[in-house]
Unconditional design. Structure first.
Lengths: 328, 283, 329
């Protein structure tokens, strides 16, 4: 890998104690994000992607393992100097802004908390941040009421930038937005990354958006990373069958996109795994499972330095033989 | 911030509801009358220890719009000064109960865990006390004092605000802006006061308005039972009680004082209902 | 209305010139401005639009689920020839029998206090025909097997909170189709579900509706899903229809600038370029709209756009409300 990693997630596990059982939300996950890079963490509900994001932003502590930002370890308790280096952009822009506070007060808060600049300096910074996200500084005096979802998300991004962070955790930043607005937010995020040299950790369930924003992708399933690699490889030659299913499930809008998308035997019946099987978590949904999938929990192994997967019966590398294209 | 577009939008929405406007008009008239009682009342001197047996027990007429009582005092003047007594009572009681309850609810709701358990159990204990009985007990135990009566009412009133605010905080603290403030390292006090409290304010204000009516009513009940303001001070509850001795002949004594209480409670309730509709974001 | 439209089956649902307004404390709001929409028997029709387009309110109007107070409606909603608008009793009689509905969040649509069996029985009873307990049980199990639930017995004895979102969605589909309605209204089905589960439930809905001959009015903001699912598509913007046509034409040769812009906003698998998006925002709902509602955001707008724009017929039953559409000679 090139350059120093800004964020390193090392063997992180997070357990939640439930009434009768223990939930392994994040199961021995190791990841690295290079400086100025974008890593997308893709998964569906229960994949552990949101819990992983919570561990990184510090709203929860890991059960075991360590997270490093440069040379600083990121525990649940962290000092202000560390906190200002990471910012979070949340999914729902309607909940992200306090309805009873002005836009200026919202963006100013991180600066006040961290004691950055006097009143007039903060004022200038708010204006500058609003311009950066392509909003008029005249908006600063208003409250969020009456702002569209896209405008609110821009304000939330401006607030995230208020402490000049190095790492931005983007938790489904466009999932609540209309598709016509989503495009603008994606463009803005790319522009900000270039101008400010930001590093992104992009949490999403939507592979279509990943293609636009990310350079590397980690696919999570039930707490584990099942495949990780460069975005082109994930889209053109996914190895893990779950990645394949995710790609096949994207609703596309043109024949051209259908050609890229891999086939998936949706209607094929899958024999249930034997009672008490301790194998691959995806086994019960996988039509390609082999006998070993019932007994072995596959490890995340690299087929080269950049592309790793955890599948015992992976898709072949030459996708033309796998995917027939067309509407499945 | 009072001139914000949101404020004017709220005012416009409020003005759509004729009953709410009526309530606001009633409350405005009562409050103004109470503040400017010396200027507004036809016979300000009648509010104190004043005796005029010549004009005693006069039914309502052009000189005494609401008649006079057994020692010749103008009932209208006494009602106007009585409003002052009632409003002072309401404001004092709620002035103690609202901040106390709000603070307890904020801390309990935001802190969670053991602190929450302690605060909310104390709240439950106070909620279990019957307000009127407790007020009577406190007043009876010491001496008939209006201050004590107000303290007693406040003591049983604050838990309702603690409950109300607690419930709101439990849901508001999951909002994105609270999460965001916590993650950047804002202190609990800043989050409670700066982020959460402003969002509880509309509901607190609504309940405040509804409660003004209720406290005035409770104060009148205490006075009716002889636990109100001491003798010469005009008190609506005492006036109803005293007038009741002269029913049905001098009917206007009780009826006008009772009507005055009714009007005040109605006004504050209408305002409260109107505020609830304005702040209800689903409307 | 259009003579170019091929007549395959009679209109099952015919909405004409439907306008709808709500009075709010901020003033009157117009949410629908003259909607003309038809669903023929056994047809799958999609109503697509972004938030604020009025697509969901259209569905609720058909189902008679709008509050009567504060609602002003005009026009007509006819189902199999019967007028439904302003006749809640008519709509009520059809609900669950001739028309059924699936909502966005399956778990929220089921009552957590009753078992799936109890709720399913109510649905079957609503179908009208008298069934013995035994026959009803058989129908429920068959309906659940039809949606690929291998162990109907377990699911029937469960409560909604014990089942996954995907299973609840299948239960909802089974319930919606068990009385073989003529029309199924699906309001953003599966949007609350994971994409892989959504894909499967949509396939299931498609297969079952084909078997039962149920027509579907499919309401969605997701263009990709609409393309996979529908035969015919209506595109809504700011309470009015801007385009309608066969699905293939809408996606390969869209006529209205809004439809085109919407399609250009979707991230593409084939090309890792940034989609373009649409500048500006929806018009203020409290202000009356003059002419084409999309005009302020449209790069092609001309002065003629300021006056009323009617749907202009193109080829193959394709119509769009844009002054730039040239009718075929």
């Amino acid at each position: 890998m090139t350059g120093p990693a800004l964020l390193r997630v090392c063997n992180v596990t997070k357990r939640f104690k439930l009434a009768h059982a223990e939930l392994l939300a994040v199961d021995d996950v190791s990841l690295e994000v290079q400086k100025f890079d974008t890593l997308a963490i893709v998964g569906e509900s229960g994949s552990g992607k949101s819990t992983l994001a919570n561990l990184i932003v510090g709203s929860e502590g890991a059960s075991s393992g360590a997270i490093w930002l440069g040379d600083t370890e990121l525990g649940a308790r962290r000092d202000k100097a560390t906190r200002r280096r990471i910012a979070l952009v949340q999914q729902n822009p309607y909940s992200a802004l306090n309805p009873r506070k002005s836009i200026r007060a919202a963006i100013e808060l991180p600066m006040i908390v961290h004691g950055l600049g006097d009143r007039s300096a903060r004022r200038r910074k708010v204006d500058e941040l609003l311009r950066r996200v392509h909003l008029s500084p005249a908006l600063a005096a208003r409250r969020p009421l009456g702002l569209s979802g896209g405008e609110r998300q821009r304000v939330a991004i401006a607030r995230a930038l208020a402490t000049d962070p190095e790492l931005l955790v983007l938790d489904e930043p466009t999932s609540s937005l209309d598709v016509s607005v989503q495009a603008h937010i994606l463009a803005l995020l790319l522009e900000l990354q270039q101008e400010l040299g930001l590093t992104y950790l992009f949490i999403t369930h939507d592979l279509g958006v990943v293609r636009v924003l990310a350079r590397r992708v980690a696919v999570m399933y039930q707490g584990r990373v099942v495949e990780e690699g460069p975005v082109e490889a994930i889209f053109s030659a996914p190895r893990h069958r779950y990645t394949n299913l995710l790609l096949a499930s994207i609703p596309t809008v043109s024949d051209e996109d259908d050609g890229v998308k891999l086939d998936w035997p949706f209607e094929q019946a899958i024999a249930p795994p034997p009672e008490g099987a301790q194998g691959c978590a995806f086994r019960p949904r996988c039509p390609f499972a082999i006998a070993a999938c019932d007994t072995t929990r596959p490890a995340l192994l690299g087929e080269d330095a950049l592309h790793r997967h955890a599948c015992l019966a992976p898709s072949r590398r030459d996708t033309t033989a796998q995917g027939t294209g067309g509407i499945s | 911030m009072t001139a914000s577009p949101e404020f004017w939008r709220a005012m416009r929405r409020y003005a759509q509801d004729p009953m709410a406007v009526l309530g606001a008009a009633i409350v405005a008239v009562l409050v103004l009358a109470a503040i400017l009682a010396e200027q507004v009342a036809p016979y300000p001197a009648h509010a104190g220890a004043f005796v005029d047996f010549v004009n005693a027990n006069r039914p309502p007429d052009a000189t005494y719009l609401l008649g006079t009582d057994g020692i010749g005092r103008d009932v209208l003047s006494r009602i106007i000064f009585g409003y002052r007594t009632s409003l002072v009572l309401g404001l004092t009681v709620l002035g103690i109960a609202v901040p106390l309850g709000t603070a307890a609810g904020l801390v309990g709701g935001y802190a969670g865990g053991r602190a929450e358990a302690v605060v909310m159990r104390i709240t439950d204990v106070f909620l279990a006390l019957p307000s009127l009985v407790l007020a009577m007990a406190i007043v009876g135990l010491f001496r008939p004092s209006q201050i004590l009566a107000m303290a007693a009412v406040a003591a049983v009133w604050w838990p309702w605000y603690a409950r109300l605010v607690h419930g709101m905080v439990r849901s508001i603290r999951l909002e994105g802006y609270v999460v965001s403030a916590r993650l950047i390292g804002a202190s609990p006090v800043r989050i409670m006061v700066g982020e959460i409290l402003p969002n509880c304010a509309p509901t607190i204000l609504t309940k405040f308005s509804l409660d003004m009516g209720l406290v005035i009513l409770l104060g009148a009940s205490l006075s009716f039972l002889g636990l109100g303001a001491p003798a010469p001070i005009p008190d609506l509850g005492t006036m109803v009680a005293d007038g009741a001795n002269y029913l049905p002949d001098q009917w206007w004594l009780s009826v006008t004082a009772g009507g005055a209480i009714f009007l005040a409670v109605l006004g504050f309730n209408l305002v409260g209902d109107g505020l609830r509709d304005v702040f209800d974001t689903t409307g | 209305m259009s003579s170019t439209r091929p007549v395959e089956a009679p209109d099952l649902l015919a909405i004409s010139n439907l306008s709808l307004g709500f009075s709010t404390l901020d003033g009157p709001v117009r949410v629908l401005r003259g909607i003309d929409l038809t669903v023929r028997a056994q047809e799958k029709v999609a109503l697509v639009g972004e938030s604020g387009s009025g697509k969901s309110v259209t569905a609720r109007a058909i189902m008679g689920l709008l509050p009567e107070r504060r609602t002003m409606a005009s026009g007509s909603i006819r189902f199999a020839g019967r007028e439904l608008l302003g006749r809640p009793a008519e709509a009520e009689a059809l609900r669950g029998r001739e028309i059924s509905m699936i909502f966005q969040d399956p778990t929220a649509s089921l009552n957590p206090f009753f078992s799936i069996r109890q709720q399913f029985r109510t649905v079957i009873a609503r179908g009208g025909a008298r069934h013995s307990a035994e026959a009803a049980e058989q129908r429920m199990r068959q309906a659940l097997r039809d949606v690929s639930i291998p162990d109907p017995e377990r699911v029937l004895g469960s409560y909604s909170f014990q089942l996954s979102g995907g299973l609840n969605q299948r239960v909802m589909i089974a319930m919606a189709l068990v009385n073989t309605p003529k029309l199924l209204i699906a309001d953003e089905p599966g949007t609350a579900l994971d994409v892989t589960v959504q894909e499967q439930t949509l396939r299931m809905m498609r297969r079952l509706s084909q078997q039962n001959g149920t027509a579907i009015l499919f309401i969605s903001h997701n263009l990709g899903v609409v393309r996979q699912f529908a035969d015919r598509v209506y595109v809504m913007y700011a309470g009015a229809l801007v385009e309608e046509g066969p699905v293939q034409r809408i996606f390969t040769a869209p006529l209205h600038p809004y439809t085109r812009a919407l399609l250009a906003s979707v991230p593409r698998l084939a090309r890792p370029t940034i989609p373009t998006g649409i500048e500006g925002s929806l018009p203020d709902r409290l202000k009356p709209i003059q002419g084409c509602a999309f005009r302020p955001r449209c790069s092609l707008s001309i002065s003629a756009c300021a006056s009323e724009v009617a749907l202009v017929a193109g080829a193959e039953g394709h119509r769009a409300a844009c002054v730039h559409v040239v009718p075929p000679a």
